[in-house]
Design a protein around this ligand. Structure first.
Ligand SMILES: *Cc1c(COP(=O)(O)O)cnc(C)c1O
Ligand code: SF4
Length: 434
């Protein structure tokens, strides 16, 4: 981390200005000439930046810029912040909405994909535009927050949808809005009885840590339970300032998790990831997810093989604290959602035992109980009656719970054939539900 006073562009900036998040936002690096005063760029690099800014604007907070190595184009912080011509290379399979957020969107800016939680976007603005951003179809387009009227439509939807118990405020970066506006949103969401938790997804602890002010956390803690997930990608991003930001949140009772994206040339390495996950736990930030990089437009150069993620999880599980091990996720295109994948620890099983391997590669058996193995409800238990909403009705859990016998993909040729065979009879040709 460089001292900002040593960079001529900022030599007259006072510490009070430097640590003021609004000053940091106003003074983001948005053009090549300013950037060239902070890091050394070749003519070729300057041209590349100008070309690729057409797709996703450039903005780098002065704070984050001080983490960049001025001379190394492969610096992991620089790779996340400075555009390259790679972003202009579009592959055939790449998509604008790579995870299908719009298909599950009843209102603009609200995605309801999973049974009990929704994503509500407050703004398309971020303090720093990550070069690997997969929401680039919306992020940075206007560099503005969404209007209260638009957000209110999303909140109305949440009010009318009793199964929503977890509201994830996102963007862009939801901490780019003022404390007052954010409080207005959270207060309104909190009035809804069925909303159990409010979550923020914000990269500010990493790229604009001065945003985490005592007054912000004082406001947030009034609306507990509030959780926050942030986005550290490299141990170099853990600095005394970002550490303080995370600690301020956690001290206010806000659990902080981390969502990393696996990025080629940034963190696609067992050593880097292990260091990142361990260092995160030492600032009380819990590694939550590692994402396989999405197939959003212009991100091919950041993508690694999925195997790299397996190798990383293999190097963590058992080798370090359990809570330092995140889950490895592929967010499936066209709305499939997050799918966890992990090395396999089950070798085989019989009706007498399961055979497992541990992280050392040792093989162990674990006996099944010999008597009746069927779970039986204690006669006095009233939990299912009391909480019918907790019952597994959908998905594979629904099949296990005996609610469905099978799940057949809609639109398959097989389904069409069945429908044709059974057109005449009463039988629907569908797999029946219990
Ligand atoms: C990631 C995501 C969530 C939250 O998922 P968790 O696994 O609970 O963290 C909710 N909605 C959408 C659309 C998401 O992409
Ligand atoms: S903080 Fe998130 S939404 Fe914003 S640019 Fe980075 S990846 Fe995209």
């Amino acid at each position: 981390m460089r001292r900002y006073k040593d960079i001529p562009l900022w030599k007259n900036v006072s510490p009070k200005q430097w640590t003021d998040w609004k000053w940091q936002v106003r003074n983001r690096i948005m053009d090549v000439d300013t950037l060239a005063q902070v890091i050394n760029l070749t003519d070729e690099e300057e041209k590349e930046i100008r070309d690729s800014m057409k797709y996703l604007r450039m903005a780098i907070t002065p704070y984050y810029a001080t983490l960049m190595d001025p001379d190394d184009p492969h610096d992991p912080v620089r790779r996340q912040a400075v555009p390259t011509s790679n972003e202009v290379q579009i592959k055939k399979y790449e998509m604008l909405d790579s995870v299908g957020e719009t298909v599950d969107s009843p209102h603009e800016g609200l995605t309801h994909r999973y049974p009990d939680r929704v994503l509500l976007l407050l703004t398309d603005q971020c303090s720093m535009y990550c070069r690997h951003c997969c929401r680039r179809r919306i992020v940075g387009q206007t560099d503005h927050q969404r209007s209260w009227e638009e957000i209110k439509e999303g909140i109305d939807y949440i009010r009318e949808t009793p199964e929503v118990r977890d509201v994830l405020l996102s963007g862009g970066d939801p901490l780019m809005v003022s404390d007052e506006f954010l409080e207005k949103v959270i207060r309104e969401v909190r009035k809804i009885k069925h909303v159990q938790i409010v979550r923020l997804g914000s990269r500010t602890p990493v790229v604009l840590p001065y945003r985490i002010t005592p007054s912000l956390v004082k406001m947030l803690r009034k609306y507990h339970p509030v959780w926050l997930n942030t986005h550290f990608n490299h141990p170099k991003e853990i600095t005394p300032v970002s550490k303080r930001a995370v600690e301020t949140l956690v001290d206010a009772g806000i659990p902080v998790g981390n969502q990393t994206v696996l990025l080629k040339g940034v963190n696609d390495c067992v050593t880097i990831m292990k260091k990142l996950c361990q260092d995160l736990t030492s600032i009380r930030c819990r590694p939550y997810y590692i994402y396989q990089c999405d197939i959003a437009r212009g991100l091919e150069h950041f993508r690694t093989s999925t195997a790299k993620g397996f190798e990383i999880i293999e190097s963590l599980r058992g080798h370090t604290s359990g809570f330092a091990v995140p889950e490895f996720i592929i967010d499936a295109p066209t709305g499939g959602g997050k799918i966890p994948i992990s090395p396999n620890y089950v070798i085989s099983m019989s009706d007498k035992m399961i055979v497992l391997r541990n992280y050392e590669g040792g093989i162990f058996s674990f006996p099944e109980p010999e008597g009746d193995r069927t779970s039986v409800c204690p006669p006095s238990c009233k939990m299912c009656k009391q909480y019918p909403e907790l019952e597994s009705k959908e998905g594979v859990a629904g099949v296990l719970a005996g609610k469905k016998m099978c799940l057949i993909p809609e639109g398959s040729l097989r389904e069409a054939r069945r429908k044709a065979y059974h057109k005449e009879s009463k039988h629907s040709g569908k797999c029946h539900d219990f």
